[in-house]
Each structure stands twice: as structure tokens, then as C-alpha cells.
Design a protein around this ligand. Structure first.
Ligand code: PMP
Length: 408
């Protein structure tokens, strides 16, 4: 069964890399993924910052079942009044700072960014977009156009024209945001760029410069949202409020859901000239919205952003002491439970990930920075599970160091 499924996976499921992790999943619960060969894998990735409340949370499953028994899809987005969708929009508006209180739901992060870029162009009547080197905003044409890594854009050109990339966290270049700029899009903390945390000065000057020239500031909180960085939303670390925020990943509690959220005068441009200029069939599916509401309730009830902060700083401290005795770690950084270990080479990082997997710990590197191993466990992770994961990481690093240093 295990090998049959793997064989069919390689034969019929389109591969996105030559070396997929390839675990055959039977079920998942809490911090663990159980495979059909009887193993339990501790998940330090959370499906890439999705399972903030752990895998297959009971309250989320109950909400899915309850909604599925009422109605599934009934009409394209925005025409009928759907209780879970309305309640979720209200809840997000309460959680986000003013004036971010009109929500457009999508199915994914990249669609949320597409919508944000389109509404910014329509609202401002401008064409230029500014983004940052090392960013990741998704793989559809628009989001890819503002993704800051040439190697991923090149094969798909021509992409959107009028996109300017600036170095991330460089205050001196922000004056290149000008009166022709419709929007500036950035992650508050770059995830795929290698867990890069910008300075306070950069974030404040960025907001200031956008306001000076009338460009809309879009924060992509797809990876940083919902408690991950030690605040409900990462923007709270700097007290900077964007004009539009985009959300996905952990929003749906394990179900596919995204959103872009802005103030009324920006968002209402999508209903006119012409009406129906940005529509979606499935965006804001009622089952996904019900799951999202249940997941947000868990996050708020358990104050998981606080737990992310405490557990995150414990893990960073432990990793820094591992670094002191290691020749192959060059940096350990993070905010909350969004942590990166930077190794001296991509090869060592890959070896550590693969040694960890052999010991049943799921780790991964970041897309644009192959030297950085990402640690984004569920925010509900227990202290015992943290210890188990750290022990495996330490062992994997020692093993790799020995392999790298031993004469061949
Ligand atoms: N923005 C950011 C910051 C992301 O990390 C990701 C996914 N890694 C996306 C957008 C794209 O999200 P999705 O895969 O849901 O389209």
C-alpha cells in the first residue's frame, strides 16, 4: 500500500521538484503527521506556517462538519449573504487595526495578492509597482511579477511591466517610491527570503514614504499572520498600519482560504467601472470560512501569539547555544515561532533537513535562501515536543558536521 501509493504519486501527480519529501500520510493530529508505514513525524514546519493551531483541530473539524451539513457552494462570491463569510469578515475587521475593515475573500495567498495589486492600481489610477528583493508573493503571473528572485521569474516572462525591486531593509532607497507608484508590496518579515526581519526605521520610513507620495502600502501577512511571530499580525511589532493586508495560510485553520483587506473607499472600487471587475467562484467558500472562524477562536482563546513569543525565544536561545559549539551555523534569528537557522552552505542545510527527517522531524529550507532552515512549528506545540525537536536538530547538526569535516 505504502509503496503502491508512492509509485502512483510519482506517476500521476505533477511533481514540483525532483526530490519531494514523499511521506505517505495516513492522518495528522496536533504536532504530528502519521504515515502509513506506522511512523510519527514531529512537524516543525506546520505545512509551511499553516497549522498554527496544530493539525486537525477538533473544533475546526466540528465547524467544517456542521457547515457541510448546512450548505456548500451556493453562488459565486459576493452575491448571496453567507453567514460564515459575514461573521468571518466581521471578526477579521475586529482583529485588524482601523481602518482595515472591508474584506475580500480568495482561495489562496497568491490570489489575495493579485486582488490587492489590482485594487491598488484601480484606486490610484497608477501603473508602477514597487517590491523588494528576496520577497515571495505567490506563483500566479501578478504575484510572481512582484516576487524578488529573478531565477523564478525568468522562465515565465513576460510578466507585469512597471515593477521596480528595491533592496529589503534599505532605508536609503525608499525615495524611489514616487508619485507614479500605485502600490508597494512587502512581507513584514521575509519568509522565503530566509526569515529576514527589517529594522524599525525601515518600516516607519516605508509607511511615511508611501503616505508622502500617495502610494498604497500592501503588507503580505500570508506567512506571518495569526500569531506566528508573537503578535496576532506581524505589523503590530512596528505599529505600522498598511493600506491593504493580505492573508492566507493559517487563516483557514487547514482549509484553503485567503483574503485581502482594506478600507472602504479602496475596496469599493471593485464594485464599479465596470461592476464585477474582480470576481471569484469559490473565494470565501462557506466551509472554509466556518473553519477559519473556529481556528481564530482557538487562537484567541489560547492567546497563542503569547505562546509563540515564549516558546520562540526559548528555541532561539537553545539554537544559539548549539551555534556556539558548531562550525556550520552562521546565524540564528526569528520572531515568535518564525525562526531561521542559517548554515554556512546550502549543502549543509540540505543535509541537516534530511538527517532530521530520518529521525522523524519535519524541517525545511526557505525557497530563496537554501542556506536557511526554517522552524515554524504549531503554536500549540508542547514543551516535551519542543525538547524532542531540538534534540533531533542538535543530533542532525552533529552528524552533518562530522560528515562534512571527515576526510573522504
Ligand atoms: N505570500 C507569502 C508571504 C507566502 O509565504 C506565500 C506562500 N509561501 C504566498 C504569498 C503564496 O500563498 P499561496 O501558496 O497560498 O498562493
Amino acid at each position: 500500500m505504502y509503496e503502491d501509493l508512492r509509485e502512483l504519486f510519482f506517476k500521476h501527480v505533477c511533481q514540483t521538484s525532483k526530490e519531494p519529501i514523499g511521506l505517505v500520510v495516513e492522518r495528522s493530529k496536533g504536532s504530528f503527521v502519521y504515515t502509513s508505514d506506522g511512523k510519527a513525524y514531529l512537524d516543525f514546519m506546520s505545512g509551511i506556517a499553516v497549522n498554527n493551531i496544530g493539525h486537525t483541530n477538533e473544533e475546526v473539524v466540528a465547524a467544517i462538519v456542521e457547515q457541510a451539513n448546512k450548505f456548500l457552494h451556493v453562488m459565486v462570491y459576493g452575491e448571496f449573504v453567507l453567514e460564515p463569510q459575514v461573521k468571518l469578515a466581521k471578526r477579521l475587521s475586529e482583529l485588524l487595526p482601523e481602518p482595515l475593515n472591508v474584506v475580500y475573500f480568495t482561495n489562496s495567498g497568491t490570489e489575495a495578492n493579485e486582488g490587492a495589486l489590482k485594487v491598488a492600481k484601480k484606486f490610484t489610477g497608477r501603473k508602477k509597482l514597487v517590491a523588494f528583493e528576496g520577497s515571495f508573493h505567490g506563483d500566479t503571473h501578478g504575484s510572481l511579477s512582484v516576487t524578488g528572485r529573478n531565477v523564478y521569474r525568468k522562465p515565465f516572462e513576460p510578466l507585469l511591466p512597471n515593477v521596480v525591486f528595491l533592496p529589503f531593509d534599505d532605508v536609503n532607497r525608499l525615495d524611489e517610491i514616487d508619485e507614479e507608484t500605485a502600490a508597494v508590496i512587502t512581507e513584514p518579515i521575509q519568509g522565503e527570503g530566509g526569515i529576514r526581519i527589517p529594522s524599525e526605521k525601515f518600516m516607519h520610513r516605508l509607511r511615511e514614504r508611501c503616505s508622502e507620495v500617495g502610494a498604497l502600502l500592501i503588507f503580505d501577512e500570508v506567512q506571518t499572520g495569526f500569531g506566528r511571530t508573537g503578535k496576532m499580525f506581524a505589523m503590530e511589532h512596528w505599529g505600522v498600519v498598511p493600506d491593504i493586508v493580505t492573508l492566507a495560510k493559517a487563516l483557514g485553520g487547514g482549509m484553503p482560504l485567503g483574503a485581502f483587506v482594506g478600507r472602504r473607499e479602496i475596496m469599493e472600487t471593485l464594485s464599479e467601472e465596470p461592476p464585477l471587475c474582480h470576481v471569484t467562484t469559490f473565494g470565501g467558500h462557506p466551509v472554509c470560512c466556518a473553519a477559519a472562524l473556529a481556528s481564530i477562536n482557538v487562537i484567541v482563546k489560547m492567546r497563542l501569539w503569547e505562546r509563540a513569543r515564549e516558546v520562540g525565544s526559548y528555541i532561539v536561545d537553545r539554537l544559539r547555544s548549539i551555534k556556539e559549539n558548531s562550525k556550520c551555523i552562521s546565524d540564528v534569528r526569528g520572531l515568535g515561532l518564525m525562526i531561521g537557522i542559517e548554515f554556512t552552505s546550502g549543502q549543509i542545510a540540505r543535509m541537516v533537513v534530511s538527517e532530521a527527517l530520518k529521525r522523524c522531524l519535519i524541517l525545511g529550507w526557505t525557497l530563496h535562501s537554501d542556506k536557511v532552515v526554517r522552524i515554524t512549528p504549531p503554536l500549540t506545540i508542547s514543551q516535551d515536543e519542543v525538547e524532542m525537536g531540538l534534540r533531533i536538530i542538535e543530533e542532525a547538526i552533529r552528524e552533518c558536521e562530522e560528515m562534512a569535516l571527515s576526510p573522504t
